[in-house]
Design a protein around this ligand. Structure first.
Ligand code: PMT
Length: 411
């Protein structure tokens, strides 16, 4: 099983002799399924050539602060925003000091400042440098800010001394990186997710549908698995591979999606409705391939509302809906939260090219009775992990309330 599938790792290589292990690290991260973007400091590039890392990562290596190529291709902010994890390995004493000070004096330091995602460092230095109070103070500050510190190990050093300061071996760094995504927040829970569009037949070859790609729902399935849940994904027609450890049920039309969800909903702990279900279907699909006519009138009838029918079940799961809106996003989403008797609703603005339908990115506003949280624009994979964390918190809070007050109505 590949534990870093679909994870974008921005690997920073700084000036330490352990930089030579960067080659093996890149290979192992990719073997674990990650996409690796290497960024090197000038010091790092003294110890291992960018060309080696470019060949192993399959991507151009970025070196200099705001160079024309970086800016034209992606921009440093974009590099940071797309990463699921920024991993600095090896992290030299000098780089840790700059990180602790919040400096932005080269591309890598700037990226660390610009990234909203998790940051991990694998220190590598001489044992004396490691045990200096200045280095330990820097590490302390970084830990307090939520930076993950991998290692260092102890043993023989390149300088001939023995002691703490050796960078962990690449396989240990890969395992620790993967563990950051396996949160265990939904361990033992059953999560049902619907995703993608539905196809409502007009005749034998034409259908009504929408622009949903399934990316948001599939990212949620992957994040829920990483959180330890047993995940069932009911998917409309999409061109996406099934995330590992997910049970997938493929459907076409809203009525099939309705049946697949309702058949399973009562045995689930959590249901997340990320699908863009067609509100209407043809009252009477035409037989064969309809011939062209000057005018064609199609009668549409309403499809069943899956979410509404799930929350109407006598024993229903903790239910999270989505709201796709082009205006008055929060007001309309709050109305859906109440009308459909949901535990949470995830609003997203659609109709803009850079988020929502089809895009790799999204921006979410999560609402519940008495609360709200905005998850800023970013890749759907990262948003999915943040949303699953929030769902796990709210689900846990409702469970605690239910235990305090006895069996809750409808749960
Ligand atoms: O798939 P992507 O390209 O990644 O795009 C993601 C997305 C924009 C589709 C996703 O983030 C999203 O917003 N999904 C819900 C889209 C939608 O249909 O929203 P709505 O506001 O029309 O519906 C409100 C809720 O009711 C949704 O949870 C929907 O799944 C549910 N619903 C709607 C109709 C219906 N008949 N049954 C339902 O359960």
């Amino acid at each position: 099983m590949k534990r870093l599938t679909n994870k974008r790792i921005l690997l920073g290589i700084t000036g330490s002799v352990a930089a030579y292990k960067g080659a093996d690290l890149v290979r192992r991260l990719r073997d674990a399924g990650a996409e690796v973007q290497v960024v090197m400091t000038r010091g790092g590039a003294e110890f291992i050539t960018p060309l080696t890392l470019q060949a192993l990562s399959g991507r151009p290596v970025f070196l200099h602060h705001l160079d024309t190529e970086t800016e034209a291709a992606m921009g440093h902010i974009s590099l940071a925003r797309r990463a699921d994890l920024v991993l600095i390995a090896p992290a030299s004493a000098d780089f840790l000091a700059r990180l602790a000070q919040g400096r932005a004096d080269d591309l890598l330091a700037t990226l660390c400042l610009a990234s909203a995602g998790p940051l991990a460092v694998a220190p590598a230095m001489n044992r004396q440098m490691w045990s200096q109070p200045a280095t330990q103070d820097n590490l302390q500050r970084l830990r307090q800010r939520g930076v993950h510190v991998f290692g260092p190990g102890s043993g023989g050093q390149a300088c001939g001394e023995t002691g703490p300061g050796r960078m962990l071996e690449p396989q240990e760094i890969v395992a620790l990186s993967a563990a950051l995504f396996d949160t265990g927040l939904l361990q033992g829970r059953r999560v049902l997710i619907d995703a993608g569009p539905t196809h409502e037949d007009i005749d034998a070859v034409r259908y009504l549908s929408n622009r949903s790609s399934g990316k948001m729902g599939f990212a949620l399935a992957e994040a829920a698995v990483e959180a330890g849940a047993a995940v069932t994904l009911v998917s409309g027609p999409v061109a996406l591979p099934t995330p590992e450890r997910v049970t997938r049920i493929d459907v076409r039309a809203a009525e099939q999606m309705h049946a697949a969800v309702l058949d399973r909903a009562q045995e689930q702990d959590i249901f997340i409705a990320a699908a863009a279900v067609s509100d209407y279907r043809a009252a009477q699909p035409l037989p064969g391939k309809a011939k062209k006519q000057a005018r064609l009138t199609l009668e549409l009838v309403r499809n069943p509302d899956i979410l509404r029918d799930v929350t109407a079940l006598p024993r229903h799961p903790f239910t999270v809906g989505f709201a796709a809106e082009t205006e008055n996003v929060e007001d309309y989403a709050r109305a859906k939260l109440r009308d459909k008797a949901l535990d949470m609703i995830v609003a997203n603005e659609v109709g803009r090219g850079d988020r929502g339908f089809e895009s790799d990115d999204n921006e979410l506003l999560v609402l519940w009775e008495g609360g709200r949280k905005r998850l800023p624009l970013g890749p759907k994979g990262r948003l999915a992990r943040e949303l699953i964390t929030l769902i796990a918190e709210r689900y846990g809070a409702e469970e605690d309330t239910a235990q305090d007050t006895g069996p809750a109505a409808g749960q």
